[in-house]
Design a binder for this molecule. Structure first.
Ligand SMILES: Nc1nc2c(ncn2[C@@H]2O[C@H](COP(=O)(O)OP(=O)(O)OP(=O)(O)O)[C@@H](O)[C@H]2O)c(=O)[nH]1
Ligand SMILES: [Mg+2]
Length: 349
């Protein structure tokens, strides 16, 4: 265990968590935040510093995420329990599986990082916005590599037109001065997650913010350069306040159940629903369709409409797969039950 002065508050401790523990528990336990997860080992931070513990026998081991608060007994490496989360960022696991994957927990702000030059992509940003809305986390769009384009202000203007009411900043992620405006979201105990494609500058940003605020713990990973530089999620603490969760690049974010996130992110689309002439309007060729009229009148961007439809379609497929899975599990459960009965009956004979 290394010794340094850290307070729970700096680690993101809030009344929401405090209210979950009893005085008796406080006698035998202390709260600790997960900073990094290996197979069965986790790095945790608490007021006593940084600690590497083996939680292999912890029953909820498959359900933990970077950013989680654990209740740790003073005399045991096995956590008592995970504290209820204030927020959860979830995505669909890669490939054809429908499993959900926890990206991080107890997050205040999501930095959606995209570079001004090659990476800027509207529908990719929209997916991240849905992710944030679903989790009730404040999104901030960070445009990196502003130094590589002639007119970074123009990128900001374009982004502003697309996403009103969302904070947007452009930076040269390599220089502490340039990332200064981002400090608004990095106050003491505030947790920020950075997401975006590989190579856009997420780790670089964290390093610059750390330099700007004097780094305390080991901020610099030895693998912070090149393609897919970052290979796992990890929490970083800056002395001047602020916690950052760095994530490996995501090429295309696949959402899990996100109906609410989609409705919130596409309020410019959903506001037309219920205004069509026919209640069962399919918004394709019908007369008196409010959506088509809005598109014609250039009140609604057709790209937004298509983007909305695409995400809705994905949701339908995910829900269908999940329902089928539950159905199959149910049938399998019934099968096992009847098999057990059969075996018992046979034994009785
Ligand atoms: N010119 C310029 N280069 C940048 C900027 N931000 C990052 N870079 C460079 O881009 C490369 C990739 O940056 P990283 O910070 O490793 O990117 P990342 O998003 O963490 O990538 P992954 O870890 O693979 O997801 C590095 O060589 C950085 O120096 C920027 O604002 N301007
Ligand atoms: Mg990185």
């Amino acid at each position: 265990m290394s010794h340094m002065e850290i307070t729970n508050r700096q680690l993101g401790w809030k009344p929401f968590f405090q209210n979950q523990i009893t005085l008796d528990e406080l006698d035998i336990c202390f709260p600790a935040r997960i900073s990094k997860i290996y197979r069965t080992r986790v790095v945790i931070w608490s007021e006593s510093g940084k600690q590497d513990v083996d939680i292999g026998l912890f029953s909820e081991i498959r359900n933990i995420a970077v950013g989680d608060w654990l209740l740790m007994p003073h005399n045991d490496e096995r956590p008592l329990r995970i504290l209820e989360r204030q927020s959860e960022l979830r995505r669909k696991a890669a490939g054809n599986r429908v499993e959900r994957q926890l990206i991080a927990s107890n997050v205040d702000t999501l930095f959606i990082v995209t570079s001004c030059n090659q990476d800027f992509n509207e529908s990719r940003i929209e997916r991240f916005l849905v992710l944030a809305a679903e989790a009730n986390i404040r999104p901030v769009i960070v445009l990196t590599k502003a130094d590589l384009v002639d007119d970074p202000e123009q990128f900001k203007t374009t982004a502003k037109e697309l996403y009103q009411n969302i904070d947007i900043e452009y930076v040269d992620a390599r220089t502490p001065d340039s990332v200064e405006p981002l400090k608004r979201w990095c106050g003491e105990g505030e947790t920020v997650v950075l997401v975006g494609s590989s190579g856009v500058g997420k780790s670089t940003l964290i390093n610059s913010l750390a330099d700007a605020q004097q780094k305390t713990l080991n901020i610099r990973e030895d693998d912070d350069k090149g393609r897919h530089a970052t290979t796992s999620r990890s929490l970083h603490l800056l002395k001047g306040g602020g916690l950052f969760i760095d994530t490996p690049g995501i090429r295309e974010l696949q959402l899990t159940e996100s109906e609410k996130g989609i409705e919130d992110t596409f309020d410019d689309v959903v506001r037309y629903f219920g205004q069509c002439k026919f209640r069962n309007c399919q918004h394709t060729v019908e007369q008196g369709c409010a959506i088509l009229a809005a598109i014609d009148a250039k009140e609604l961007d057709i790209r937004r409409w298509h983007s909305y439809l695409k995400l809705q379609e994905e949701q339908k497929n995910i829900n269908k797969t999940l329902a089928e899975r539950r159905d199959a599990d149910h049938k399998l459960g019934k099968f096992y039950k009847s098999e057990k009965k059969l075996v018992k009956r046979r034994k009785k004979r």
